[in-house]
Ligand binder design. Sequence first.
Ligand code: CP
Ligand code: NVA
Length: 321
Amino acid sequence: MASTQPPKALPTPLLTGRDFLGSLDLDRAEFLALMATARAMKAGEFRGQKPLAGQTLALIFEKPSLRTRTTFDVAMYQLGGHAITLNGAEIGLGERERVSDVARNLERWVDGIMARVFLQTTLHTLAQHAAVPVINGLSDTLHPVQLLADYQTISESFGQTEGLRVTYLGDGNNMANSHIQMAVLSGVDLTICTPLGYEPNGRVLMEAAQAGAQVRLSSDVAEAVRGAQVLYTDVWFSMGQEGEPERKRLAFSGFCVTPELLEQLDAGGIFLHCLPAHYGEEVVPEATDHPRSRVFDQAENRLHAQKALLYHLMAGQRVRW
Ligand code: CP
Ligand code: NVA
């Protein structure tokens, strides 16, 4: 709902010129400040202001997208800037030319780079060779911008995140890894429930545990879901990782989110999914349409959370034209 109050002054940008390749590029205070900006942006408190006027963000996609593509483009427009989309196949990252050369070209023209890539190392190479902020728009390892929207949505339901019981059910993939990193910042009590053999990245787990995250691994669906405040799932077959489908389907039977499973949550419990959904695999349509589902609020919050992120990373940069 848009505010009827006069627009407020934007906060001081906190992260000018920095990269966002994973949640742990933020500390807890920065995460909370970013969430506050996202809430205010959603409430229309800064409406009409164009803090990124004159700035351009390049959007690179090695994989398909609906939400990431649309929300970054709309976010730049609403902040007064501009976005251009570059198809990965067309620019041939690391094939037509070196990733480092792509970075060294783009930094001469644009003020930020958002990239959806296969390898997390591609993002690190872009960041190393481009002086402008680089944002991870999903890699095989992490999807940190999704988690900003997810935690904005969780905060809308519960007011805060500290101590909430969050259960991620499904593949130990980029979303599972991202939840583990985010547990460091959010202070939730996180259970990652996967079939045996599909656990998340061991290094991500170890680093998050060392940073103080409360994370428990499980393969018992009923026990992991019972009494949780947030249930989260994601596809069994991530983009570019569709190998051995029959073996995987067998391992994941029992890992489908249904209305019956949602009834096992805490009384105020909510259901989240980053989307797209593969109906009949990790979720049924009756679960995304269920009163406990917040999946479309979550999708909306991609816009607000990323506007906050872009504002804090890019506002305060020198406008070059
Ligand atoms: N959740 C998400 O990142 O959606 P897209 O793949 O459509 O961008
Ligand atoms: N794990 C999924 C997330 C999609 C937003 C994938 O990588 O395809």
